[in-house]
Design a protein around this ligand. Structure first.
Ligand SMILES: Cc1cc2nc3c(=O)[nH]c(=O)nc-3n(C[C@H](O)[C@H](O)[C@H](O)COP(=O)(O)O)c2cc1C
Length: 173
């Protein structure tokens, strides 16, 4: 798959930084999306654009900045793993959001389908095959079919208004 992502002109009346703050009002979980590069390197990126799309068939989505050095690995592999971070994995969110030469160095993980890395201790994992890829503005949107998944009880890490958070139950129903 080609990496093109032609830069778009700014949209008049929209300040991207203010738009980002507004979008940040929508709280999310935090994931590390992982894959294998063609040379066998383990690659991972902190992502909160993850969402579920369809249950039958099971399809999930996430998006990656066009300028990401990890883009070629996700395109080349055609597979990815969504690692949903647990509360105590906050340091992993920071680690995988940093431009380190080997983000997996010292991170406990094991090999899943096609040898892709699954991070140990996550709240959930979804092993996916890329079924669609769309260049949308300054991001590439990936849709993946879930081929295997796992989850465990325990709180997931949350992210809202640019800050990490933990959930507090408001409705016990
Ligand atoms: C909580 C959080 C959520 C993020 N979500 C995304 C996302 O959905 N897509 C994206 O491209 N970058 C996202 N980022 C930024 C990337 O993690 C960061 O740019 C990272 O360096 C990308 O890895 P790379 O340098 O290997 O491309 C997020 C960062 C944080 C801290």
């Amino acid at each position: 798959m080609d990496v093109a992502c032609t830069p778009s002109p700014a949209t008049p009346g929209f300040d991207p930084r203010d738009l980002r703050r507004a979008l940040g009002s929508f709280g999310t979980g935090v994931t590390v999306v992982s894959t294998l590069a063609a040379d066998g390197r383990r690659v991972g990126v902190t992502v909160n654009s993850f969402s579920s799309v369809s249950l039958v068939p099971p399809i999930v989505a996430w998006s990656l900045q066009c300028r990401s050095p990890s883009l070629a690995a996700f395109d080349g592999c055609g597979r990815f793993v969504i690692n949903v971070l647990a509360l105590e994995q906050l340091p992993l969110s920071r680690r995988f959001a940093s431009p380190l030469p080997d983000k997996f160095d010292g991170v406990a993980h094991h090999a899943g389908l096609a040898g892709l890395p699954l991070i140990d201790g996550c709240a959930a994992s979804f092993q996916c095959r890329t079924v669609q890829r769309h260049e949308v503005g300054d991001h590439v949107l990936y849709l993946g079919q879930v081929e295997a998944y796992a989850h465990r009880p325990g709180a997931g890490l949350l992210f809202c208004q640019g800050r990490y958070a933990q959930g507090v139950e408001l409705d016990a129903a």
